[in-house]
Design a binder for this molecule. Structure first.
Ligand SMILES: [Zn+2]
Ligand SMILES: [Zn+2]
Length: 206
């Protein structure tokens, strides 16, 4: 990937997500709110925890306006923008293995705060069994997960240290000195994330 010219659509999605996330910054840091995030709700989609026998599908093969569940398929994803810990859904941006980028909204989750932070950190990998692709209420496409039981985490495959901007999986040793969470392969990528994708919107001191 050319690190100076990211896909404009991807940039647009990232900026929208980061602006929304920055609006939730105060709420995400409040302890009562973190506790309230963990709740149990009815489950509506079939649960499968075994990926055997399922065919891998890619975002480019799915059509949001079809508004359907791709039964028997598995969508393998990497988190590229961490979730907005909002209710009732938890939206994030993820990328498939063919560089397709999409919003993923998870409903009815009952993971605790630490599990959420760990499993959906930048670079985390997970699969969605029987993915549901639709046009959301804002008129844009999204993968909707009603049953978190259809999500399979792949912690051993995660690459949380890859470059935030160009996603090069090399040892990214340059980091944002404020949040200490964002790593980059070069100063150029650090600057691009700040300038093009407005890293400051999601940059918080821990
Ligand atoms: Zn880079
Ligand atoms: Zn930062």
């Amino acid at each position: 990937m050319n690190s100076t010219e990211p896909d404009p659509l991807k940039t647009e999605m990232i900026l929208l997500h980061r602006q929304a996330k920055s609006q939730f910054a105060m709420l995400e840091q409040s302890l009562p709110y973190k506790t309230a995030l963990s709740f149990v709700a009815p489950i509506t989609q079939p649960s499968i925890t075994d990926l055997l026998g399922l065919k891998q599908i890619f975002l480019a093969e799915m059509i949001a306006s079809d508004n359907k569940i791709y039964e028997g398929f598995v969508l393998k994803l990497t988190v590229i923008e961490e979730p907005i810990f909002s209710l009732p859904s938890m939206p994030m941006l993820a990328e498939d293995e063919k560089s397709g980028v999409e919003r993923i909204s998870i409903y009815n989750f009952n993971w605790d705060w630490e599990t959420l932070k760990e499993n959906f950190a930048f670079g985390s990998k997970f699969s969605i069994v029987n993915p549901f692709f639709r046009i959301a209420t804002d008129g844009k496409s999204a993968i909707r997960v009603d049953d978190p039981g259809t999500i399979v985490f792949h912690p051993t495959l995660s690459d949380k240290g890859k470059c935030r901007f160009c996603e090069s999986p090399s040892n990214s040793t340059i980091k944002c000195l404020k949040c200490l969470k964002a790593f980059y392969c070069s100063n150029k990528c650090l600057k691009n994330d700040a300038k093009v994708w407005k890293h400051n919107l999601i940059c918080r001191k821990n």
